[in-house]
Design a protein around this ligand. Sequence first.
Ligand SMILES: Nc1nc2c(ncn2[C@@H]2O[C@H](COP(=O)(O)OP(=O)(O)O)[C@@H](O)[C@H]2O)c(=O)[nH]1
Ligand SMILES: [Mg+2]
Length: 286
Amino acid sequence: MAIQWFPGHMTKARRQIEDKLKLIDVAIELLDSRLPFSSRNPMIDDILRDKPRLIILNKADLADPEATRKWLAYFKSEGHVAHPVDAATGTGIKEIPEQVKLLLKDKIDRQIAKGINPRASRALIVGIPNVGKSTLINRMAGKNIAATGDRPGVTKGQQWIKTGGNLELLDTPGILWPKFEDQEVGYRLAVTGAIKEEILNVEDIAFFAVKYLVKDYGASFQERFGIEKLPEDLENPDEIVAVMEAVGRKRGCLISGGRVDLEKASRLLLHDLRAGKLGRFTLETP
Ligand SMILES: Nc1nc2c(ncn2[C@@H]2O[C@H](COP(=O)(O)OP(=O)(O)O)[C@@H](O)[C@H]2O)c(=O)[nH]1
Ligand SMILES: [Mg+2]
């Protein structure tokens, strides 16, 4: 597989974020709880430098809670402040202004000591496409301001969005791009839908998902697709394909001769996974 790095996009995105850093007190870095490592742009430390940062593990509702606990402990051990959120329903949102206040406590205290009445803290949301930036902004704003969907929101003039807490958000998030030289990382991103199926083949993505998930979350496969026997040897491609065929039969993806349409079965499998129909899962541990 070719290296995916989006160098042109990244240079532009980097400049845009660097320009905005002057305007803000804190950066809110959004990661996908199912893949906190792979959804993190490796240049982020270099871009944000010493700007105070709050890490949000978003889509926590879709992730394995035990794995999320491990990731939170990991980020803490690295000296970061991380917080789990489900931006879709709003769980964890109301703590964000408090967390920001704690991060900026020294600065705010210094201002108060000097007799300055601290203005609202200002934040920029950053993250890779589809991680939930627009959803989070809308949630924090309490009304529909930013466009949500698969595409980066339509850029309007720079505006500050009030959030209720003494915190304001830039209305346009900073879009970073995933970087992967490692094809495992590419597949993990693809399983969650963070990169499109044009880059990787849909059957390969489903194959990867089955191989990875059957090991830790096999019961959900058995339950949803009525699979009698899970693969014993995950290194045997035939056994993985057998699971995909079982999925296809269960979901009615048959073609002439009673054969399974593997492409269709793969699409349905990934759809179910992303929609949380196979239960909560996390694709990587710290
Ligand atoms: N289950 C779940 N879905 C989410 C969450 N946050 C965002 N989404 C969904 O993820 C998709 C991408 O969200 P969006 O806000 O457009 O991402 P953006 O590209 O970073 O702005 C949308 O379908 C959202 O509904 C979350 O916390 N949980
Ligand atoms: Mg968006």
